[in-house]
Design a binder for this molecule. Structure first.
Ligand SMILES: [Zn+2]
Length: 141
């Protein structure tokens, strides 16, 4: 699979000022490791399982063929999914939950606090735009 830096504006599936790359890992590049809250992991699994819906909704073409995980060589996936949030589109491979759960990959904080529900502390949150919004005003994807 192709490597793209986290939070970059280019991925295999989409590119642009509004695009943020998440989890395009490669064995040849270091990546951020760390604890990922269980709730966020569960959401990632759901997103990945529904990558087909996401691809259709975003008008992305379907890519044929499987990608093999370069880190362990034991996992394969073929899809991609996007999560629109605060004017941005986080674009990730279906492999993302695998990276998180098996390889301790920790998506950039901007992703986790981008309104995925994980940052639901009840005290509001800062969106990608830097605007502080009350919890009630948050978009629920
Ligand atoms: Zn792997």
């Amino acid at each position: 699979m192709s490597w793209f830096p986290d939070m970059g504006t280019v991925t295999m599936i989409d590119a642009g000022d509004h695009v943020r790359a998440v989890g395009w890992l490669s064995a040849e590049h270091p990546y951020t490791k760390g604890e990922v809250p269980a709730e966020f992991r569960a959401r990632l699994r759901t997103f990945a399982e529904r990558w087909g819906d996401s691809t259709k909704a975003l008008g992305w073409g379907a890519f044929l063929g499987l990608h093999r995980c370069e880190l362990c060589d034991r996992f394969m996936a073929s899809g991609n999914f996007g999560v629109p949030q605060a004017g941005l589109l986080f674009a990730a491979p279906e492999m993302l939950p695998h990276y998180v759960e098996v390889h301790s990959y920790s998506p950039a904080r901007g992703v986790r606090h981008g309104g995925h529900g994980v940052a639901a502390t009840g005290n509001g949150g800062v969106h990608g735009s830097g605007r502080v919004v009350p919890p009630a005003a948050r978009a629920v994807p």
